[in-house]
Design a protein around this ligand. Structure first.
Ligand code: MRU
Length: 347
């Protein structure tokens, strides 16, 4: 990689350390949630965000929940763990990585051969840190696997932030871009600003700029004009949940970008680890879509930009039907249509 990427979420000196992403790009502030409630709040308020990153945060949140547990035996401990997992799962509904990570930690405890509560506490931490480490490795593999798809492009367009900040490191959609840059092929990136919370402007533009990758920021309604001018040869985005038929939930606006890409004959790639697939759902209409505070739409920061009392619709995600997806890049390889068969084979 061309630079040492920042670490958005870490375990240091017995504490969780996370970049408060709501403060970027203005300030680089590190927060240290000490309780499960503080972690829940950080996830809910998008201080930590991006599907893989909130999975890691939720797993570490479980450790915060039980680290001072006074459970008298294993059954009591597992009941506390279950309660904390249900609480953390209530923070955000769309990204399946949260549920995947919480289940994985609980399963590790269930499979343990010890009944010693202190040893079980250590196991929770160990599993959470394994999820973090594996995510970094998966992102690197996604970078390597996706690079051949982009190597002939001069510029790509991305939506929201599926970069280092959204993962343990390197990102999903941005991983092939970092991978190619580390081998001397520097792509230009058009970053959609991504209304209403500006993950593209605040986070993608920030981290690419830090990494020395040329990034051009556009508002969401400029993507069609950029494509019409022939300025991008591919679109690459991340995902919050991918169903068995290849439908993709991702940040609101992704669906529109996919339609635009199809109209302009531009490939539309989705990059995501296996932990983002939810094979229990047959299609995207079953994915729960988070709706957030109307003030995110009616205000720009703290300033009102709409009449008071106006009706607001504020879904945080949309679903791109699989027919618009050219390929899904995973750490296990590239999945192409027909998705139903090929996802079942690879994931
Ligand atoms: O609401 P956010 O900022 O958590 O939404 C993030 C996205 O939609 C990302 O594209 C997705 O989680 C993939 S991150 C690798």
């Amino acid at each position: 990689m061309p630079y040492e990427p920042i670490t958005p979420i870490a375990w240091r000196d017995g504490q969780v350390e996370m970049i408060d992403q709501t403060r970027l790009p203005g300030e680089l502030v590190i927060i240290r949630p000490r309780t499960v409630e503080e972690m829940w709040d950080a996830i809910k308020k998008l201080k930590v965000r991006g599907a893989p990153a909130i999975g890691i945060a939720a797993a570490l949140g479980l450790y915060l929940a039980i680290k001072d547990s006074r459970a008298g035996d294993r059954a009591e401990f597992e009941a506390e763990l279950k309660q904390a997992a249900a609480y953390l799962a209530s923070s955000r509904p769309t990204a399946v990585n949260i549920f995947w990570a919480l289940k994985r930690v609980q399963q590790a405890v269930a499979a343990a051969t010890t009944d010693d509560v202190s040893a079980l506490k250590e196991l929770v931490l160990k599993e959470a840190l394994a999820i973090r480490d594996e995510d970094e490795a998966m992102c690197q593999a996604i970078g390597k696997n996706g690079a051949p798809l982009l190597q002939d492009a001069e510029a790509v367009l991305t939506h929201c932030n599926a970069g280092t900040l959204a993962t343990a490191r390197y990102g999903t959609a941005l991983a092939p871009i970092y991978y190619l840059a580390s081998r001397g092929k520097v792509l230009k990136v058009f970053a959609d600003e991504t209304r209403p919370l500006l993950q593209g402007a605040r986070l993608t533009a920030w981290e690419l700029h830090q990494a020395g990758i040329p990034v051009t920021l556009i508002t969401d309604n400029m993507a069609a004009a950029v494509m019409a001018r022939g300025w991008v040869q591919a679109v690459i985005v991340g995902a919050d949940r991918i169903t068995a038929n290849g439908d993709v939930a991702n940040k609101i606006g992704t669906y529109g970008v996919a339609i635009l890409a199809r109209e302009h004959g531009i490939p539309f790639y989705v990059a995501a680890p296996a932990s983002t697939f939810d094979l229990s759902l047959s299609s995207g209409d079953q994915i729960p879509i988070e709706e957030r505070d109307p003030a995110e739409v009616s205000h720009f920061g703290l300033r009102p930009t709409a009449p008071e009392g106006i009706n607001i619709f504020n879904p945080a995600f949309d679903v791109t039907p699989h027919r618009y997806v050219t390929a899904i890049i995973t750490e296990r390889g590239i999945i192409r249509p027909p998705y139903k068969q090929n996802i079942a084979r690879i994931i």
